[in-house]
Design a protein. Structure first.
Length: 186
């Protein structure tokens, strides 16, 4: 009985946001919702209109050897492009070295991120998909292809570890840097 009494405030909260949404037709922010009464920290991560995942968005920074150099477990579902610069700064601050190369998923692509990476001295900058008039900056087409393949292979490795739900994000040191972010990790 004590266990059920502890759940009573959560049940009231679920009733409240359900009533507001379904009866009053109010928009209820995700911060006001409970997605799991057993794991209250669970967030909802919407990937476009395609699918929803429950868990946490995790931003990884890895180096050439695929060793994880930095990790951020994020609250909510921040925009991917907002994650690149803080992670890059974290890796540079932590290790005191500017990566030579960076390869990320398309969600991180923005002119601001491209310029930030250039200003920090990164030589080869590859976003899996580019936006607008933005172009990847590499020393050669061969280097761009290498970085894209490396990012793809690393993404697949992390998908297996996270139960198949990776988006992409990171940054690292040495000759290759990957930005790969993982969504919905359980």
């Amino acid at each position: 009985m004590n266990y059920l009494e502890k759940l009573l405030p959560l049940m009231r909260q679920v009733y409240d946001f359900t009533y507001r949404h379904e009866i009053k037709k109010e928009r209820v922010d995700n911060e006001d919702k409970i997605f799991s009464i057993y794991e209250l920290h669970t967030d909802i991560i919407v990937k476009g209109i395609r699918e929803m995942k429950f868990g946490h968005k995790v931003n990884f920074a890895t180096g050439k050897s695929n060793l994880v150099l930095a990790v951020d477990v994020l609250k909510g579902n921040p925009e991917d492009s907002s994650l690149f610069q803080p992670m890059l700064a974290k890796v540079i601050d932590k290790y005191g070295i500017v990566p030579r190369d960076s390869a990320t998923d398309g969600g991180f692509a923005s002119l601001a991120n491209l310029q930030d990476a250039q200003n920090k001295g990164i030589m080869n900058i590859v976003f899996n998909k580019t936006v607008g008039r933005m172009h990847n900056i590499t020393s050669s087409l061969h280097m761009e292809t290498r970085l894209k393949k490396w990012r793809s292979a690393l993404k697949q490795s992390y998908q297996m570890l996270s139960g198949g739900s990776i988006c992409a994000a990171a940054t690292g040191r040495a000759s290759l840097i990957l930005s790969k972010k993982c969504c919905g990790v359980r």
